[in-house]
Design a protein. Structure first.
Ligand code: BGC
Length: 445
């Protein structure tokens, strides 16, 4: 039976959240609109037309919610700062009520003996900046740097653990290439310019934190998925390597000073060459103290010539009759171990933290309880994979479960439940699920 103490006494255990997914008060207390406020109002983009106006009402309930983090036995609370709550127009005018709110959240963590980890950007770009081109526009870097500076100067005395970006590949691909997330843009031109400005932002953000926050522990996060070729045919193997290049290497390699990846793939090679001059390579590099990995699924891909550029197609877990979550994402803890190993093999990474991992299931509140045994089994398997990697000498220093409570799951709205705590979105009544109690017990041992 796996125990928390097997991971060592200095291992950090936490839960992760994000502002737009939990806060609510989306148009109150001086906050400006974010791209997700705008996007969710567009019909058809979010399942069942769900809106994030109220979400989990964390804005008003942070005291009780942080108490829940403590009650479950975690020592770290990861949350993000809503950029438009602090700077309603993206830069310039500062919203004092927003400043106060995050002081309150931080103070609450510190009073409860929890270590706050702040994510600077978890996808809620100010709409005012999107109106000027968002991540595709050159000016975004100046605005982002000003935002980082405000956060670092305001909270740097109290908070030492920082994450610059949440999953850069996630928001650039879903939001600027596929158009299924905010701001709903599509196409390769949008994607590649968003990628470049985002990669600059991750390194610039690190440098600003280093300069402004004494004793800072600075990281950034990446989504990661082992990419498995459907067959061992050359076409499938090459298709898998193209997907791996985008999903796993695109942002970490420039940060490590390796420039953009892309040998053997014309489209990426063209982008890499034009954006990897000495001037770019240097600016894209930052020596992070830790790298956050976030894993939800492996990806099986096969060659498909009808798909433009990528020429690869996902083979779904369901069609392969493999175990999967309510999102249709394959449950495969061995592949989690292997992708950790892939990242750990970059010699320049000092240490890794699992900054998100978790699963959505169709939870039901019956007689005041939610018995989510599948989620417990999921965590057991995935934690065993982390322990195995750690046991083999990979320097993994912490694990954060996704997520504290059911919340606004982006394009899925409130339908996909990932929480350790069940939320009734009508009453905002929180109910600890069996998995929450399982964590409470696990963390005691
Ligand atoms: C994101 C979270 C999201 C989770 C589950 C991660 O990609 O950082 O915001 O809720 O995945 O989809």
């Amino acid at each position: 039976m796996i125990k928390a103490s097997d991971f060592g006494s200095d291992f950090s255990w936490g839960v992760a959240t994000a502002a737009a997914q939990i806060e609510g008060a989306s148009d109150q207390y001086g906050k400006g609109p974010s791209i997700w406020d705008t996007f969710s109002k567009r019909s058809g983009k979010i399942k069942k037309g769900h809106q994030l106006v109220t979400a989990c009402d964390f804005y008003h309930r942070y005291h009780e919610d942080i108490a829940l983090v403590k009650l479950l036995g975690f020592s770290v609370f990861r949350f993000s700062i809503s950029w438009p709550r602090l700077l309603p127009y993206g830069d310039g005018l500062v919203n004092e009520e927003g400043i106060r709110f995050y002081h309150n959240v931080i103070d609450e963590c510190l009073e409860q003996g929890l270590t706050p980890y702040i994510t600077l950007y978890h996808w809620d770009l100010p709409q005012a900046l999107e109106d000027e081109g968002g991540w595709t526009a050159f000016g975004i870097n100046t605005a982002f740097n000003a935002f980082v500076s405000v956060c670092a100067k305001t909270y740097g005395d109290k908070v030492k653990n920082w994450l610059v970006l949440n999953e850069p590949f996630g928001f650039t691909s879903l939001g600027y290439m596929l158009g299924v997330h905010a701001p709903g843009k599509t196409g390769l031109t949008n994607f590649f310019s968003a990628v470049h400005h985002t990669a600059i932002a991750q390194a610039d953000g690190g440098r600003i934190l280093r300069a402004e926050v004494s004793g800072a522990n600075i990281g950034t996060t990446y989504s990661c998925s082992e990419v498995i070729p459907y067959t061992q045919s050359d076409a499938d193997v090459l298709a898998a390597s193209r997907v791996d290049c985008l999903m796993n290497r695109l942002f970490i390699e420039p940060a490590l000073g390796l420039g953009y990846p892309g040998e053997e793939w014309e489209v990426m090679e063209k982008f890499s060459i034009s954006h990897s001059t000495w001037r770019h390579t240097e600016r894209l590099t930052f020596d992070f103290d830790f790298i956050g990995l976030q894993n939800y699924f492996p990806l099986t891909v096969k060659y498909n010539g009808f798909i433009p550029v990528l020429q690869a197609w996902e083979v779904k877990a369901k069609s392969m009759k493999k175990p999967h979550t309510a999102m249709g994402w394959e449950v495969n803890a061995d592949s989690f171990y292997r992708i950790i190993k892939q990242f750990a093999s970059y010699p320049k990474i000092k240490n890794l933290m699992i900054t998100e991992n978790g699963a959505a299931y169709q939870d039901k509140l019956i007689g005041g309880t939610v018995d989510d045994q599948e989620r417990i089994e999921y965590f057991k398997l995935y934690l065993a994979a982390v322990l195995k990697a750690k046991g083999e000498g990979m320097n993994i220093t912490g694990y954060m479960a996704w997520t504290l409570m059911d919340n606004f799951e982006w394009a899925e709205g409130y339908n996909a439940r990932f929480g350790l705590v069940y939320n009734d979105f009508k009453t905002q009544q929180r109910t600890i699920k069996s998995s929450g109690y399982w964590w409470q017990d696990f963390l005691k041992k």
